[in-house]
Design a protein around this ligand. Sequence first.
Ligand SMILES: Nc1nc2c(ncn2[C@@H]2O[C@H](COP(=O)(O)OP(=O)(O)O)[C@@H](O)[C@H]2O)c(=O)[nH]1
Ligand SMILES: Nc1ncnc2c1ncn2[C@@H]1O[C@H](COP(=O)(O)OP(=O)(O)O)[C@@H](O)[C@H]1O
Length: 188
Amino acid sequence: MVLQRVIRAVIMGPPGSGKGTVSARITKTFGLQHMSSGDILRANIKEKTELGLLMKSCIDQGQLVPDDIMSRLILNELRKIDNSGWLLDGFPRTVSQAEALDHVYSVDTVINLNVPFQTIKERLTSRWTHIPSGRVYNTDFNPPKVPGLDDVTGEPLVQRDDDRPQTVTRRLKSYETQTEPVLEYYRS
Ligand SMILES: Nc1nc2c(ncn2[C@@H]2O[C@H](COP(=O)(O)OP(=O)(O)O)[C@@H](O)[C@H]2O)c(=O)[nH]1
Ligand SMILES: Nc1ncnc2c1ncn2[C@@H]1O[C@H](COP(=O)(O)OP(=O)(O)O)[C@@H](O)[C@H]1O
């Protein structure tokens, strides 16, 4: 009998660095479950759950969702896929979230995408998202087959509120101050 090892990985990088795009390729190649914190939050917002309504203003303003809520939400989702390998995208984003994850699971590998901030700003202003699936497009890099429509469902694509230039600056600041220390946490 061959025992297959369950891989548990985290992908990190500033907003717009390509985590979602790269995750789709990695999870397909290695048969992992892709768990994107942003997609989970946006699904809650779309379904107008109590949590979703609470989180919407936070996200639209480019602020982070409080640690305790976020950690509970993601650990709850991970419990549902306890026997699978996974790739976490967008969580943990603070040292406190990393500690909460560490209490329950040991992470095998951390991937860090290092992309210059100017490139990120350009990518985010031309990012178009299909909210229900989390699929992203870019008017230059990977445009949809029909402009403005999702390739799979034909539904409309939107530019996210938190991809507005003034919000992007705030998110990049919060990446520097809150998420970069998470890389140090994993390095040590
Ligand atoms: N030019 C270019 N654009 C990319 C690349 N990877 C992703 N993108 C685009 O950049 C934007 C941000 O990528 P996304 O995967 O959403 O980043 P995330 O916020 O880190 O998950 C999207 O519009 C992507 O289509 C890349 O290698 N080159
Ligand atoms: N781990 C997290 N902790 C706190 N807030 C989060 C977390 N993940 C996502 N969010 C919230 O959701 C927003 C969108 O997240 P995401 O889709 O990962 O976008 P991006 O990587 O482009 O910022 C974030 O700007 C933040 O407000």
